[in-house]
Design a protein around this ligand. Structure first.
Ligand code: PMP
Length: 413
């Protein structure tokens, strides 16, 4: 049985008090997750017992470090249902993974007038890399609109994805609206048009069972730090035949086969895309995070978050003057709840609730085009994970009542 109260004990930081003696209510998981003891301990163990550079040294520590690094690759591959570990490239984060695809695949395949289809809800990480490569290649960016309910306009998507489309790049789950986009269906449209599908899994891989074969995505990008792993390690999954066809992203040690002064040949995948000394300790600790999530069961985590989200939508929805964004049906969304309290600026909301120990986020969440679509400069956002419990949502609701008391005159009645 999944028990969030039991899970909480694995996370030392959740015992922390803030602002004097307030228990920490951490509802900023879409920004980054907390780390279980096992992940922290993996980092300590690695540096205390195994630290060495990988893939080169012929000594015991180097061999052990290499084995553990490659073992983590295997764990990540199994976690997302990849066919083989060499389809996993370790990078710094989702942002770097998407830039890697833009600079390698995009550079090779985009021509003037070719279309890159994104959505209005994209994080800047899945927009700016395409803008940069579009400027260089003459490709054009188009965005599938979002409906008033906060879902993808599928009719518009069907009209937009066509013979000029080379790539469809979209978030699996929106980091503002929580909407889970029908990426498999979008992928079928993309593939029927001869285009590739890139899925930004930054918000989905930590929270839902994700299988790259079922989604039939060509690329999947995600970050370790949002899934109980350390900062500084992310993943690019790509189908092996696609990776094999690509030129390197960064050049240097580790990614070559043979080098002359004026030319070189490339290593096999995935090493071809991992130039220089990689983030060995954090990759190994990401492997521990994957074990941790796998042991608890991604279905259980998803079910727990669905319950929390349903509860949050009910409780926050009952507060007069609180405007909620995103779909109301929890099967269509994850545990990210954006809201607005009267006319109070989200930064003020966030500052007031912080005094009660509640950590939420306020701002444009790196989604300025979506903010324009929603007609707001920013939103306040509470986002849940496996260790959150309903009482924490009650604490948030009480804190929002205080916001209303404090800002009584500013459009809240
Ligand atoms: N895409 C989405 C949907 C995200 O939520 C985030 C993180 N907020 C990113 C991309 C970027 O992740 P990172 O900063 O780890 O590269």
């Amino acid at each position: 049985m999944f028990d969030a109260r039991q899970v909480r004990r694995d996370f030392p930081i959740l015992e922390r008090r803030v602002h004097g003696d307030r228990p920490l209510v951490y509802l900023d998981n879409a920004a980054t997750s907390q780390k279980p003891r096992a992940v922290i301990q993996t980092l300590v163990d690695y540096y205390e017992t195994t630290n060495a550079n990988i893939h080169r040294g012929i000594h015991e520590l180097a061999e052990e470090a290499t084995a553990r690094y490659e073992e983590a690759r295997g764990k990540v591959a199994r976690f997302i249902g990849a066919r083989e570990p060499r389809e996993i490239v370790f990078v710094r984060n989702t942002t770097e993974a998407i830039n890697l695809v833009a600079r390698t695949w995009g550079q090779a395949h985009l021509r003037p007038g070719d279309e890159i289809v994104v959505t209005e809800a994209e994080h800047h990480s899945n927009l700016i890399p395409w803008q940069l490569i579009a400027r260089q290649t003459g490709a054009v960016i188009r965005a599938i609109p979002i409906t008033d309910e906060g879902t993808l306009d599928l009719e518009a998507a069907r009209r937009m994805i066509g013979p000029r489309t080379r790539l469809v790049a979209l978030a699996h789950m929106s980091n503002v609206l929580g909407t889970i986009h029908p990426v498999a269906e979008i992928g079928r449209l993309a593939h029927a048009a001869g285009a590739r599908l890139l899925v930004d899994g930054a918000q989905s891989v930590p929270h839902l069972p994700v299988n790259v074969v079922a989604l039939d995505c060509d690329f999947l990008a995600f970050s370790g730090h949002k899934m109980c792993g350390p900062t500084g390690v992310g993943v690019l999954y790509a189908k092996s035949e696609l990776l094999e066809s690509l030129e390197p992203f960064l050049g240097g040690g580790g990614m070559i086969r043979e080098v002359w002064i004026d030319r070189a040949t490339w290593a096999d995948i995935p090493e071809r895309f991992e130039a220089g000394t990689p983030n060995i300790a954090d990759v190994i600790a990401l492997g521990t995070a994957v074990d941790y999530l796998t042991n608890l069961g991604m279905e259980n985590i998803r079910a727990h978050e669905e319950e929390l989200t349903r509860y949050a939508l009910d409780v926050l929805g009952e507060i007069a003057d609180v405007r909620l964004f995103g779909p109301r049906d929890v099967r269509q969304r994850g545990g990210v709840v954006s809201f607005y309290v009267g006319d109070v600026h989200p930064h003020d909301v966030s500052t007031v609730v912080d005094r009660d120990g509640v950590a939420i986020r306020a701002g444009h969440h790196c989604c300025q085009p979506l903010m324009r679509r929603l007609g707001v400069p920013a939103t306040a956002r509470a986002s849940f994970y496996l260790y959150n419990v309903p009482e924490e949502i009650d604490t948030l609701a009480r804190a929002l009542q205080r916001v209303k008391e404090i800002f009584g005159g500013v459009g809240v009645g």
